[in-house]
Design a protein around this ligand. Structure first.
Ligand SMILES: *Cc1c(COP(=O)(O)O)cnc(C)c1O
Length: 368
């Protein structure tokens, strides 16, 4: 049996009629480029804001731009420091460097690989301006602790929700707890476009207005450039596709949760495997299903011979990347060790229970 890590074609075929009609409609109206006069873009922004239960959603070109634009909108720049977890995709830290500030890494918690709130305070200096918690793999970071620290030290919190569309924490959706939030709609994310796309979300009117201006050449209205900004637009076709796919987000997340539960139940009895824990009052949306093996290489190779695709998110913790050697001043033992052990198993809506069972059987074979 061949088990794909993710299968975007299958998801498309499931809703092909609606997607094709949405794309045709954008082309028919030639509503190609984003902006306040593109009804498809405005419609998606309003729908996603309603889904989150937040006042403003500001679309942009991708989930890296959204982090950069928000950092700028909060007035963060050269000389400032921003706290980021040691384990994430590089966008989280790259966005900080790209606006001239310095990312300050903080190690993660061993049992769930999320930003460890107990280690944050030691890294706060007079230059610290913000924290970017990442809801890694679809599980929300400990926001109560993070918001309390932010309040105490007067820091902004920008949630990186690229992997957590629809996740909740104590009943609140990812992206609605911090001062602002960043989403990616990269095709493989839980809510994915058919190309690059992203958005920002906030309840703050001032930040919303500023972020919108930055993403649109600093314009408050046509040819009214109040400052220099950049070009970071969501295009009409992506917006129309996202409007269709948003309707299926909760169902997709439900399927992911069911598959994760099956993985959990089947893998729990195995030894030499460490399952990640899910904190109480947290709805994990399993963008990725990640487990840890002491002997990861042999497990991954064995699964490969059984036709099962796996991946590693991420093979190197951020501070250990070549890009950060000049910046790295200390060790991040939890993230470092985790990166040698983590393996992402096949996970997507449409993956069958049979495929999960087959994958778990293969894991038990090699661990025996
Ligand atoms: C995917 C991702 C991003 C960046 O999104 P792009 O749309 O690819 O720029 C940022 N942060 C995290 C944690 C991600 O997984």
């Amino acid at each position: 049996m061949n088990v794909s890590f993710v299968d975007l074609k299958q998801q498309y075929l499931h809703i092909k009629k609606e997607i094709d009609a949405a794309i045709a409609s954008v082309i028919d109206k030639m509503a190609l480029i984003g902006g306040s006069n593109n009804s498809f873009v405005t419609q998606f922004e309003n729908e996603f804001a309603a889904y989150l239960g937040i006042k403003h959603v500001m679309s942009c070109a991708n989930g890296t731009d959204s982090l950069e634009i928000l950092l700028k909108a909060f007035g963060i720049g050269p000389g400032d420091e921003v706290i980021v977890p040691a384990l994430s995709w590089i966008s989280t830290s790259e966005s900080v460097s790209n606006i001239g500030a310095t990312p300050v890494f903080v190690d993660v918690t061993d049992h769930n690989l999320l930003l460890d709130p107990e280690l944050i305070e030691a890294e706060i200096t007079p230059r610290t301006k913000a924290i970017i918690p990442v809801h890694l793999y679809g599980c929300m970071a400990p926001m109560n602790d993070i918001m309390a620290l932010a309040k105490k030290h007067k820091l902004y919190v920008i949630e990186d929700c690229a992997q957590a569309h629809g996740a909740t924490y104590h009943g609140k959706k990812a992206g609605t707890i911090g001062h602002a939030a960043s989403f990616s709609f990269y095709p493989g994310k839980n809510l994915g476009a058919f190309g690059d796309a992203g958005c920002m979300a906030t309840n703050d009117d001032h930040i919303a207005e500023k972020a919108r201006m930055i993403a649109n050449h600093g314009q408050a209205g046509k040819h009214n450039h109040r400052m220099e900004g950049r070009n970071s637009r969501l295009d009409g076709i992506q917006a129309a596709i996202l409007s269709v796919k948003l309707k299926y987000l909760d169902e997709g997340n439900r399927q992911r949760k069911q598959l994760a539960k099956l993985y959990h139940d089947l893998l729990l009895p195995a030894t030499n495997i460490q399952l990640l824990s899910v904190p109480e009052n947290t709805e994990h949306v399993y963008h990725l299903y990640v487990v840890r093996f002491k002997e990861r290489k042999s497990v991954q190779e064995h699964l490969q011979t059984r036709g099962i695709q796996t991946a590693i998110h991420y093979p190197t913790a951020l501070p250990y990347l070549e890009a950060y050697q000049a910046l790295k001043r200390k060790e991040y033992p939890i993230a470092k060790k985790a990166c040698a052990e983590i393996l992402s198993l096949p996970m997507y809506p449409g993956l069958s229970e049979e495929e999960v069972r087959y994958t778990c059987t293969a894991i038990h074979e090699i661990l025996k």
